[in-house]
Design a protein around this ligand. Structure first.
Ligand code: ARG
Ligand code: ZN
Length: 856
């Protein structure tokens, strides 16, 4: 373990580059031999020493040109291979041995579930061979794979297959050539036996591309939706961005053992199987949505990430923020635009704002990093996408696209920085973005305060705007940011809308000729990632919720109402009753749902715990949970007939995944969620839907309705579900999560049982997350128990998990890091848990970086 911090300010261009990389893999689960033939070129003539990165490698031999080097002619540590260099160009032949079966970190080349698979981003390639493992070293790769034919009929790597032959020892040799120079993090290798689903796609310019999906045996049928989604992504990127695919084949492999969602390796994407395999009977509408958006995301990386890549890892948002923006735009065109925006905004307002308020706060371009894997965050990804979206708002679609064209014109084939991207946007539009760039280096959540002043004589409405960003754990001082503020003025004379670009700490916005009733709706569509503090009354908010033409504005106004009501509930000891005007609004929505049913379902939802929690500096866990409970009870009691009628009106819907059906199911199941609170009388309804459901969305909706309402039917149905689905791990994951979210002390015994389940495995990130992510994030009542049992369970889990898979343990620790946001008793318990972790000898860099920041 290095425990050393790398800084952006220390960046040095590489002293050497690798023009070509020729790899040969002799695959074996425990003794794989890798031969790397590297053609190196010295870039800095002053340099006399070459240093290659390596990790957990066993060096077998090293040749310099054709000369075998003796052990005293180079220096080989566990992190590096160093040797003296005298020539400007030379060849190294490095033979290393690795053990893919022992690689439970799932980084580098690993063996799991009978197949070989690789994950190199960010710094996994150094676990395969000694290399200049940094994204600004681009090389042409040729990869030869030799493996036993019977076990591994498919041997895959990047680019085009140029050779395949059977060897006489029962092995096959396959050779791949990738014509596009790429950094090592985009390298991939997969070997195994799969079902293969094939399709093809004709690009706009008429080239045929073969689309090959490799999935677990027997699961081929479940890849059809992903294949179609890929075609839609390819078409969409041509139409919206003018970007075409560039190789003759596009391969996607789905594996059950994977640390994250998916990986955009050139020509050979590797996916977590949960983001490829869907069918109506095994996957929910949300799963379908995720598959489409992640398929899009990885595909869009081919240009934003692969053709133009990052100079160094501090620039990660260059490719991730931009690619998330692109996948969000894609999803928006495929489904309900408003609901998609709502969900993206919720990610910012909960997870991202929470990260800003945590010891891990960092700008979208971090300035220092210990373990890069810890910076694949909602800040870099999702706030990064908001920053791109603001550029889009400022420049408009045409200006933004002009900037994209210039960016590719200048940088195709290069490894560049976020500054290069902004510069292209600036130059293509002759728009000064120098102040805007602060978004890349300043962390934290800006607070935008709005105060209204109305002068009846002049019919003038003045808005005083103030922005302020509080200090974060990483940065004490904050400056004013460029904030594009979209607004709409609701008044009798119709809606006026516009864009106000705020630059200073304090600015005013004046509307003339408006009536006293005019209501300004600010920050429409969440036009900047800030927390808005306004001075609206409940009445005004309800008016926006009812009258705004923009669906997002209606939803957002309701969110503000919920915060007001929570506040009142907390001060009135839950004698608080939701106002009549609110029930009238809900009644109307239930009687006459909007055309966008998915939006209606969102409007009808009481916010979840995390939404409420993020509005407090010190989170009143118990008060939030009891208020949510009371709100839901009141709705279900007051609106019982309307809920029932709406449920029944929408109970018959075709199974197919499409915008309309998804919306109807969401609305119906929102009603069911409230109806389940009726206890015994609801049982028939719940059982009926469960037993007649033709799809997983409707089945799971019953289970989660039972869970939310603590309905006794829960346990029987869970048992039935387990029997039905014990053969399908992805479905079982849902069952694991439901159990782990159960809001009673029984959950602790239940989790012990889950970990003994034959399908549970500590080595499999999907299984571990299904149980423990659900417990820590979807079960706040039990996780934050005052007796500390919840924190203790998570800590025990992390101690067990960290030696197996540090990336997964470092992600799961997140909820413990924010100990300062709870009451003193909980603070003490959480801190004790963190101390237990830090006292553990040999904890990974991943976990150490986070725990030590939290305790600093
Ligand atoms: N580049 C991948 C994607 O966003 C994710 C890679 C995550 N890597 C990591 N080490 N966490 O599509
Ligand atoms: Zn990505």
């Amino acid at each position: 373990m290095s425990r050393s911090v790398k800084r952006l300010s220390d960046y040095q261009p590489p002293g050497f580059t690798i023009d070509s990389t020729d790899l040969t893999f002799e695959l074996d689960a425990t003794h794989t031999v890798v031969t790397a033939v590297l053609e190196l070129r010295r870039l800095d003539p002053q340099l006399t020493e070459l240093s290659l990165d390596g990790q957990q490698l066993q060096l077998l031999s090293l040749h310099y040109n054709d000369k075998l080097l003796a052990a005293n002619e180079f220096d080989c540590t566990s992190q590096q291979l160093r040797l003296k260099v005298t020539e400007d160009t030379f060849r190294l032949t490095i033979r290393t041995q690795i053990n893919p079966l022992a690689n439970t970190a799932l980084e580098g080349l690993y063996y799991a579930n009978g197949s070989f698979c690789s994950q190199c981003e960010a710094e996994g390639f150094r676990r395969i061979t000694y290399y200049l493992d940094r994204p600004d070293v681009l090389s042409v790769f040729r990869t030869t794979i030799i493996a036993d034919t019977a076990h591994y009929p498919y041997l895959l790597s990047n680019g085009n297959k140029v050779e395949q032959r059977k060897l006489d020892n029962g092995q096959t040799l396959v050779c791949w050539q990738d014509p596009f120079p790429k950094p090592s993090y985009l390298f991939a290798l997969v070997a195994g036996d799969f079902d293969l689903l094939r399709g093809d796609y004709q690009t706009r310019s008429g080239r045929m591309v073969a689309l090959d999906f490799f999935v677990e045996k027997g699961q081929g049928g479940k890849a059809a939706f992903a294949l179609d989604a890929l075609k839609r992504s390819m078409r969409w990127d041509e139409q919206r961005f003018g970007l075409e695919y560039d190789l003759d084949t596009y391969m996607v492999v789905a594996v059950d053992f994977f640390n994250m969602g998916a990986m955009e390796n050139k020509g050979l994407n590797v996916f977590n199987s949960k983001y490829v395999l869907v069918s109506e009977d095994t996957a929910t509408d949300t799963d379908f949505f995720n598959v489409e958006s992640i398929i899009g995301h990885e595909y869009f990386h081919n240009w934003t990430g692969n053709r133009v890549t990052c100079r160094d890892w501090f620039q990660l948002s260059l490719k991730e923020g931009l690619t998330v923006f692109r996948d969000q735009e894609f999803s928006r065109d495929m489904g309900s635009a408003t609901v998609n925006r709502i969900h993206a905004v919720q990610v910012i307002r909960t997870a991202q704002f929470a990260e800003d308020a945590s010891p891990m706060a960092h700008p979208i371009r971090p300035q220092q990093v210990m373990e890069m894997n810890n910076f694949y965050t909602v800040t870099v990804y999702d706030k990064g996408a908001e920053v791109i979206r603001m550029l889009h708002t400022l420049l408009g679609e045409a200006g933004f696209q002009a900037g994209m064209r210039l960016y590719f014109e200048r940088h195709d084939g290069q490894a560049v920085t976020c500054d290069d991207f902004v510069q292209a946007m600036q130059d293509a539009n002759h728009y000064d973005l120098s102040a805007f760039r602060l978004w890349y280096q300043q962390s934290g959540t800006p607070e935008l305060t709005m105060q209204r002043h109305y002068e009846p004589q002049q019919q003038r409405l003045t808005l005083r705007l103030n922005q302020r960003t509080a200090a974060t754990a990483d940065q004490p001082d904050k400056a004013a940011l460029v904030l594009p503020v979209r607004y709409q003025l609701l008044d009798e004379s119709g809606n006026k809308s516009g864009l106000f670009v705020m630059q200073e700490h304090n600015e005013t916005l004046v509307f003339d000729g408006v009536s006293a009733q005019a209501l300004p709706v600010m920050l429409e569509d969440f036009s900047a990632p800030v927390r808005l503090k306004h001075d609206y009354s409940e009445q005004e908010l309800l008016r926006i919720a009812m009258e705004a033409s923009n669906g997002f504005a209606r939803w957002d106004a309701l969110q503000s109402c919920w915060m007001l009501w929570l506040d009142q509930a907390m001060h009135q000891n839950n004698d608080f009753r939701l106002p009549d005007a609110f029930f009238e609004l809900y009644q109307q929505l239930l009687k006459l749902p909007l055309d966008d049913k998915a939006l209606t379902a969102e409007l009808l939802k009481v916010p979840e715990y995390h939404v409420f929690a993020e509005n407090f500096q010190q989170i009143p866990v118990d008060a939030i949970l009891s208020a949510i409970h009371s709100f839901r009870q009141q709705i279900s009691q007051r609106l019982a007939p309307e809920l029932k009628a709406c449920y029944q009106q929408h109970s018959v819907v075709a199974v197919e995944y499409n915008e309309m059906n998804v919306g109807i199911r969401a609305l119906k199941n929102r009603c069911l969620d409230y109806l389940a609170l009726h206890g015994q009388p609801a049982e028939t309804l719940l059982l009926q839907q469960y037993n007649s459901a033709s799809n997983m969305t409707d089945k799971l909706a019953v289970l989660s309705a039972c869970l939310h309402s603590a309905h006794p039917a829960f346990f029987g149905l869970m048992q039935q579900f387990a029997t039905e689905w014990q053969h399908d791990v992805l479905v079982l994951d849902k069952w694991f999560s439901l159990h782990a979210a159960q809001p009673s002390a029984q959950v602790f015994e239940q989790i012990t049982l889950l970990c003994q389940h034959p399908k549970f495995s500590w080595q499999n990130p999907n299984r571990v997350r299904a149980v423990f992510h659900a417990f820590a994030m979807q079960n706040p009542g039990q996780f934050h128990r005052m007796d500390g049992r919840g924190y203790q369970l998570l800590t025990d889990t992390l101690l067990k998990l960290d030696p197996i898979n540090p990336q997964v343990s470092a992600r799961l620790v997140t909820p413990l890091l924010s100990w300062q946001r709870f009451d003193l008793e909980r603070q003490a318990l959480m801190k004790a848990a963190l101390h237990r972790l830090s006292a553990q000898p040999g904890i990974s860099d991943d976990l150490y970086e986070k725990v030590s920041k939290a305790l600093a």
